[in-house]
Design a protein around this ligand. Sequence first.
Ligand SMILES: NC(=O)c1ccc[n+]([C@@H]2O[C@H](COP(=O)([O-])OP(=O)(O)OC[C@H]3O[C@@H](n4cnc5c(N)ncnc54)[C@H](O)[C@@H]3O)[C@@H](O)[C@H]2O)c1
Ligand SMILES: [Zn+2]
Ligand SMILES: [Zn+2]
Length: 387
Amino acid sequence: MKALTYQGANDVRLDNVPDPLLLADDDLILRVTATAICGSDLHLYRGKVPGLMEGDVLGHEFMGVVEEVGPAVDAVSVGDRVVVPFTISCGDCFFCEKAEYAACEATNPGPTLLVNGKHLRPGAGMFGYTHAYGGYAGGQAEYVRVPKANVGPLKIPDVLADEQVLFLSDILPTGYQAVVDAGVGPGSTVAIFGAGPVGCMAAECARMLGASRVFMIDHHAYRLAYAERAYGAETFNFDEVDDPAREIVAATQDRGVDCAVDAVGFEAKGSALETMLTSLKLESASGHAFRQAIAATRRAGTVSVPGVYAGFIHGFLLGDVFDKGLTLRFGQTHVQRHMPYLLDCIGNGKLKPDALITHRMRLGQAVEAYRIFDQRLEDCRKVILTP
Ligand SMILES: NC(=O)c1ccc[n+]([C@@H]2O[C@H](COP(=O)([O-])OP(=O)(O)OC[C@H]3O[C@@H](n4cnc5c(N)ncnc54)[C@H](O)[C@@H]3O)[C@@H](O)[C@H]2O)c1
Ligand SMILES: [Zn+2]
Ligand SMILES: [Zn+2]
């Protein structure tokens, strides 16, 4: 079959690879009908995350039709149309029983990226996300093996098109969990750092939950213009405004917003010093967006961080977090927990995540699609690929 494979930093290729096989009784084989490229894939593409091997198949946002099931699969049948969550979770371990699916302790034989782990059990495996997270082949391919098929794949009613539901695999639940963790409710004010796909899904969900003001910060004018149009966001371009957090505090009676979402993560731009320190490996991550999020948030507020971090940051203002009495929330999304509710929201028209899509391309054009999304060409917000 054809699949998009990692070959090295900034080098992905469309390859012929062996078709996936059922390996466990509760596996299924999915014929992929739509798949997307995520900001998380860009961290891999740019060679910023260790643990990939040449030839690994990428992709963790995908859906399709069930082609084959193992003998223990009873939640779905051959021919069903399903969306697959990026987190692979067993459904009955200590964490899955608490619906903390991203912490599942039964699906990741890899070491994760913890620095000070003390032999802690690894969290969930993920599709197409390095051998640190299980080395599972991803779904930017014609077919993919889906383990734990009784727990992840969500059946989709025929009335909904692939484009409408594909983002249930990751960015929609991720944006939703980010604002729920942030405590967004009717009347809330929220600042969202990063107007990429995750920031946009957070904004859409914040509006659904009744947020009264949504601030968004980025440096791509076309992304900010979309955020203004689509979510009525008040925007700041950090290439033009020196200190967006200062502007947000000023716009909220010198208090700050109730909550902030860091939908940027460790590759944040805007601090020349941190860009230099990270390239010298004296710093694992840029803390620029995270510091801005802390600074923009009012006392006793919450900062919620779906953006990916790894390793350490020196410039972490722990004293400010204490002085302001902030709550911090982090982590991978417990995708399975949110999928059924969000599917309902799409079905009844409260959410229209497909409005984000700017590029519809074939899997055969995946190499070009990565380049376009990575370089922010052609006003790209989100690419979907069809095999
Ligand atoms: N927690 C999870 O489960 C989960 C799931 C999906 C994605 N993610 C992560 O969320 C982050 C965003 O993903 P995406 O798909 O939207 O990626 P993206 O790369 O398309 O968007 C990130 C945006 O942040 C902007 N940005 C960079 N520096 C900034 C700064 N200092 N302040 C404000 N904006 C800044 C960029 O210009 C870009 O538009 C990534 O780190 C991704 O890995 C996490
Ligand atoms: Zn993703
Ligand atoms: Zn589990």
